[in-house]
Design a protein around this ligand. Structure first.
Ligand SMILES: [Zn+2]
Ligand SMILES: [Zn+2]
Length: 282
């Protein structure tokens, strides 16, 4: 755990050294990373799946976790994590982040906690949009908060199956939770392409020249762009569905990356893609 924290911290710090405008973001994501790592050493999986079910669902290309499946979260663990991450948000923006008000919504109450993940997986997130509108808080920040507080629980539950997911998982969505891929890595070990899920941190193998959102494999309608000073990190663009996914090339970078940190330090790629009218998922 400490090794991962040190590596994430070093990567974020060197990013800020190149551009001090990212300091606030780097501080926040570093806090979220540390809180998540520490939580993972404590919290237990919310659900346990048999080896048979895991093998069956992976074979059928179905997510191991059904989107409507009740997902029990320990209320005490939840309070600890929501408070720690809420305080990190307040520190980063130097004003009170209204997480207590958000958590007062019925969707976050102890008795409804088991339904929280199903709501998110089924995109029933109007309550988050309404909250952001009524609190004048940036919707993206509120989404990031909600994702950050649920991720440790989903990750702790997915973790026992990471090896199976990496070996047998394939397709365009996360083999564990069914979310769209958030980030891609070309691996140091074999140059293969792995997709990464931001919600449960699963990784799975996929074809190199196929859009992971629409399945387009025609090279003519795909493109890549880089930032001028960083050949190891790029965005793969599909003009068929006008979406993109960011990618780190470990062989060019010379080390194994932490995808959730790569996702942060490549924000400039997102800015360029957004200007071009491209969108992403996950
Ligand atoms: Zn997932
Ligand atoms: Zn596409």
């Amino acid at each position: 755990m400490q090794q991962r924290i040190d590596k994430a911290t070093a990567t974020l710090r060197s990013w800020v050294q190149q551009n001090s405008a990212f300091k606030e973001a780097a501080d926040l994501y570093q806090d979220i990373f540390v809180i998540t790592e520490q939580a993972l050493s404590k919290i237990k999986p919310a659900l346990v799946f048999s080896a048979e079910l895991v093998a069956q669902t992976l074979n059928k290309q179905m997510p191991i976790l059904a989107s409507n499946q009740s997902f029990p979260i320990d209320p005490k663990d939840f309070r600890d994590i929501t408070t720690q991450i809420g305080e990190a948000f307040s520190r980063a923006s130097q004003k009170e982040f209204p997480y207590q008000k958000l958590l007062a919504l019925p969707q976050f109450s102890d008795e409804n906690l088991a339904n929280l993940l199903p709501l998110l997986l089924q995109n029933q997130t109007d309550f988050i949009v309404d909250f952001a509108q009524n609190s004048s808080y940036n919707l993206e920040a509120v989404y990031l908060y909600v994702q950050s507080i649920i991720t440790p629980f989903v990750t702790a539950t997915a973790k026992p199956y990471y090896q199976s997911i990496l070996q047998k998982g394939h397709g365009n969505v996360c083999p564990f939770c069914g979310s769209a891929a958030r980030y891609a890595v070309l691996t140091k070990k074999n140059g293969g392409r792995e997709l990464f899920c931001a919600l449960c941190h699963s990784r799975w193998s996929t074809l190199r020249i196929t859009c992971c959102y629409c399945g387009n494999s025609d090279a003519q309608t795909q493109s890549i762009f880089y930032l001028h000073n960083d050949a190891g990190r790029r965005a793969d663009v599909c003009f068929k569905c006008r979406r993109y996914i960011k990618t780190s090339n470990e062989r060019l970078l010379g080390y194994e990356v932490i995808p959730e940190i790569e996702d942060v330090i490549t924000m400039e790629l997102d800015a360029i893609a957004t200007k071009e009218g491209l969108s992403k998922e996950g």
